[in-house]
Write a protein that binds this ligand. Structure first.
Ligand SMILES: *Cc1c(COP(=O)(O)O)cnc(C)c1O
Length: 390
């Protein structure tokens, strides 16, 4: 495959490739050495001079993590909150909205399990109702249907950009045009797109965006971030606040701090946050457009080759497709397939109906095998998966 990305460098920097063909980047990627080294070096420093003292020593680098993450998504540094997962980011943003009885929340079939549960729970608590916008004939959220449902009483549009269990890339930028026109807050789950696609919050038109560190971004586990645009943040106050998120201005008064820091909790792993910053810098070094071209190219090649194998059905839909490739094998359970390819040194994963009730339910699927290459994946590694399946 032709590419403008330095594959040799990407592979040299990824020690995990000596052990396994890792096609589970949608679950958690192999980290580049730089990320591991950054985390370990800070943990050592904490042990040597004290945790607070190590943080003070790294003050400039800790602050620079916000710049790196902001650059990654085209945001300003005061629009970024560092939290411990995409779920934490999504929940703190969602819980900060005021939802009134009778209002409606709109989402799509591909909404992520935790968000869907959060939406359902909020409806039970607030008396709002959840409306699921159908997919169009291509398997992406139907923009005409969405537009027709965007009335004054809609409190939120929640969309998953790239679902966990399918190759579609939802037309988030087109959704953003509609929500801006309607003046409705737009919360985008970009957990699977940040780090694999060229994501820019201005292009997407979202007010709030949640992402994780460990997946395509290749950062440490236990990291994530929220983008909250300056325009919405002033109106959003999280239901749970602590030191760092609010100021205790007198014995009986407090104020939320300006900007996205109000969405953070005070205690965090400084080592992991530094690792997240290193992961963002590392991705920016290759350039997200180059990463996207390579990931999407590898996934397209894999889909084409899988479709040639007898008994294999590729399940991905959508006009635009991501690096997530899903398929089923006739007469074999997804777990059986995963175990077989694992024995050949290839990591893939399984997504089930229980985490995709709306999406898989409508498509009559109970489970799929998921293969998610990354830019550091080689063609030979894809061949290894295909050979194991054969
Ligand atoms: C993995 C995933 C999440 C959750 O991310 P965490 O960091 O585990 O909270 C959210 N949305 C999508 C689409 C995901 O794939």
């Amino acid at each position: 495959m032709t590419t403008d990305l330095d594959l040799d460098r990407a592979r040299r920097d990824t020690p995990g490739i000596d052990h396994v063909a890792h096609l589970n980047n949608a679950g958690g990627a192999l980290r580049p050495s730089l990320v591991t080294d950054t985390v370990v070096a800070h943990l050592r420093r904490e042990a040597e001079i004290g945790p607070y003292e190590a943080e003070a020593e790294a003050e400039d680098r800790v602050a620079a993590v916000y710049d790196s993450v902001a650059r990654l998504v085209g945001a300003q540094r005061d629009e970024i909150a560092l939290v411990q997962s995409a779920t934490a980011a999504w929940n703190v943003a969602f819980a900060s909205l005021s939802i009134k009885p009778g209002q409606r929340l709109l989402t799509a079939r591909t909404e992520y399990i935790s968000n869907a549960i959060g939406l359902l729970q909020a409806c039970e608590r607030s008396g709002a109702t959840l409306e699921v916008i159908e997919d169009d004939e291509h398997g992406q959220v139907d923009l005409d249907r969405l537009e027709s449902r965007l009335d004054d009483d809609v409190a939120l549009v929640a969309l998953t950009h790239v679902p966990t269990g399918g190759g579609v890339v939802n037309p988030a930028a087109e959704v953003g045009v509609l929500t801006r026109k309607a003046g409705v807050p737009f919360l985008l789950d970009a957990c699977q797109s940040v780090g694999q696609l060229d994501v820019d919050v201005d292009d997407l038109g979202c007010d709030l965006l949640a992402a994780t560190g460990r997946k395509f971004l290749r950062g440490p586990r236990g990291t994530g971030f929220l983008y909250a645009s300056r325009t919405v943040t002033e109106r959003l106050v999280p239901p749970v606040l602590g030191l760092g998120a609010a100021t205790w201005t007198s014995p009986s008064t407090w104020e939320a701090v300006p900007g996205a820091l109000r969405f953070e909790t005070w205690e965090r792993s400084i080592a992991d946050n530094l690792g997240l910053g290193a992961a963002a810098d590392y991705a920016l070094g290759f350039g997200l457009p180059a990463i996207e071209r390579r990931v999407v190219g590898l996934a397209d090649r894999l889909r084409a080759d899988l479709a040639e194998l007898p008994g294999v059905t590729v399940r991905d839909k959508g006009v635009r497709r991501s690096g997530i490739v899903t398929f089923t094998v006739e007469g074999r359970s997804a777990d059986e397939v995963r175990a077989r390819v694992a024995a050949a040194g290839v990591n893939v994963s399984v997504t089930r109906l229980s985490s995709a009730q709306l999406d898989f339910g409508a498509r009559g699927l109970t489970e799929v095998v998921r293969a998610s290459p990354h830019y550091y994946t080689s063609d030979e590694e894809l061949d290894r998966l295909l050979a194991a399946l054969r």
